[in-house]
Design a protein around this ligand. Sequence first.
Ligand SMILES: NC(=O)CC[C@H](N)C(=O)O
Length: 229
Amino acid sequence: MVTHPRPAPVVGVLALQGGVAEHAEMLERLGARVVLVRRERDFAGADGPRLDALVLPGGESSTQDRLLRIFDLADGLRGVIAEGLPVLGTCAGLVLLAREVRDAAPGQRSFGVLDVAVRRNAIGPQTASRELELAVDAEDVVGQSDGRVRAAVIRAPEVVSVGPGARTICRAGGRALGATSAPVSADDDAGAGGSRGAQLRLGAVTGIAVHPELTGDPAFHRALLAQVR
Ligand SMILES: NC(=O)CC[C@H](N)C(=O)O
């Protein structure tokens, strides 16, 4: 019998502004093919989506939001995310995903696909960026690490409230620093923002306030790729 190797998953990295290269390097190291997303044709073709997953990098969310609209990408990208494309947003990427953005720049919008409110620039001035250890609840991320992930914080947002469509997945220093869309599951008895009872697994949309791509900790990226394979 002839077996064919599975094709590499194709992962888009939004490449309008911010920390694109570190995500691209980590994803390639993990065996993905990376597409830098700058135009609509990078993520949508005549026969449907071209990507298996998407990463929204850190940077400056208000600038990224402006560029998304200037290049006419906002509605199309929001559409493929709403249709279920697995997404990982880091820092500014979390802000772009959130339903509500507090301390937003004037006129700043977000995709509104993750049922959380975030407060921008809640943690750490730029000059005091540092590394921290995250306690992670999501089983599929924990399975890629020992439940602790090292990541950098750089003027990070904080998750200040979690609606019924999302769950908190990681914390540090008493703050919620990440959330995922609540997967639809009959036996999921977890309450909003919690993980009581049922195992907490990543939904299609995940946002974290920190940067594991800067410390080189691959747990979240591996979990994203596992959603594709
Ligand atoms: N490291 C980051 O991505 C910073 C996020 C930035 N403070 C913002 O609001 O967009």
